[in-house]
Design a protein around this ligand. Structure first.
Ligand SMILES: Nc1ncnc2c1ncn2[C@@H]1O[C@H](COP(=O)(O)OP(=O)(O)O)[C@@H](O)[C@H]1O
Ligand SMILES: [Mg+2]
Length: 343
């Protein structure tokens, strides 16, 4: 069974599960379909579990998906065991794993495994994709005409490329930002639908996210400044997080770690970059204001933006301008007086 078939199968199982939770009566036909798929998944899980056995007792459908996704990372000695599911996020589940010799620096590693349903639902990625090059599963730019066409057409193959690109962007951003000294978990490897990185937390589970924490009075301001330093460091390296809030920052032993990077946006390429950046900064300021730190998000964002060399004026993309209109032509000329969006 190829990967897409498996994803479809999982999705159908999800649908049937939620259907039977929501209504007392599931039709006989649906029930027998479910039994048939259960059996197929069970066989697949058996095949894989011979190759990679782990301690964590996965739920029925999860087992095959996990074994399938993590077998290669286990082969490459990044992980030797999956100990428990640490968190189920919006798009991915994070598992606490024992590191293999290749990730010797960490006591535990996290395997972030994208859920099959999420892989089908990449519709809300459009705003982040603007101006962004697609990456293949090795993190290289997708350049073949046929592949680009498949992505644009949203064919089954195109969707597979699109989600590989999503995860490749997350891993590439993490590698660059970790090397630049950002407070993020150390990324180790990626394979298919999973990323292995340093685990933030301990054997009992993952660190809380900032929104779950009430900060001490005297630590709130230094942490606010630390977070803002990270936001600016990202920007200086050509990245806007794009989904930054207290939900995507882990808090552990007085330190913060930013997480969850698939939607990163390049400030100079995306037409909505400044708006996205302002949203990130505003959400953070709102959280810290509840912790007693006053700030002015717009000013904060604009200062960082200009310090990193970007123009404040929102620019209109040429494809949104009408060359036949004299007003639009004037906008275009005005916009190009200073050349590009970067100062
Ligand atoms: N490196 C990590 N160490 C420990 N827990 C993590 C790590 N990365 C993510 N998590 C936990 O998993 C959750 C989901 O991960 P995240 O990257 O935010 O994906 P999602 O897109 O599903 O929100 C996070 O909210 C966090 O609690
Ligand atoms: Mg998240």
């Amino acid at each position: 069974m190829n990967n897409n078939k498996l994803v479809e199968l999982y999705d159908e199982l999800d649908d049937i599960e939620s259907e039977s939770r929501n209504s007392a009566r599931t039709t006989k036909k649906r029930q027998s379909k479910k039994q048939e798929m259960d059996a197929r998944l069970f066989i697949r899980a058996q095949e894989h579990s011979r190759a990679f056995k782990f301690t964590y007792q996965a739920a029925r459908f999860e087992e095959a998906w996990l074994a399938d996704t993590l077998a290669e990372l286990a082969d490459q000695l990044w992980i030797t065991d999956v100990l428990r599911k640490a968190k189920a996020g919006k798009e991915a589940s994070v598992y606490l794993c024992k590191p293999g010799p290749a990730a010797r620096g960490s006591e535990f590693v996290a395997a972030k495994v994208y859920r099959p349903r999420m892989l089908r639902n990449l519709k809300k990625d459009q705003v982040y994709r603007d101006g962004r090059t697609d990456l293949d599963s090795d993190g290289h730019k997708v350049y073949k005409e046929a592949d680009l066409h498949a992505i644009a057409k949203r064919s089954v193959y195109g969707e597979e490329l699109r989600h590989q690109s999503w995860i490749a962007h997350e891993f590439a951003a993490m590698e660059r930002l970790f090397a630049a000294g950002a407070d993020i978990p150390r990324p180790y490897a990626r394979s298919g639908n999973a990323i292995v990185m340093d685990f933030v937390g301990d054997a009992l589970g993952s660190a809380p996210t900032l929104n779950e924490v009430q900060l001490e009075h005297d630590e709130a301001r230094p942490l606010f400044e630390r977070v803002m330093r990270n936001v600016e460091l990202l920007l200086a390296h050509g990245y806007i997080h794009g989904d930054l809030s207290a939900y995507n920052i882990l808090y552990w032993e007085g330190q913060v770690k930013l997480i969850d990077f698939p939607q990163v946006v390049a400030p100079q390429d995306n037409r909505n970059a400044l708006r996205i950046f302002l949203r990130d900064v505003t959400r953070l300021c709102e959280y810290f204001s509840r912790q007693g730190v006053d700030s002015n998000p717009r000013r904060q964002a604009e200062e960082m933006w200009t310090r990193c060399g970007y123009h404040l004026r929102e620019e209109i993309h040429p494809r949104d301008l009408d060359p036949e209109s004299s007003r639009d032509r004037a906008v275009w000329l005005e916009q190009n007086k200073n050349g590009g969006s970067k100062a």
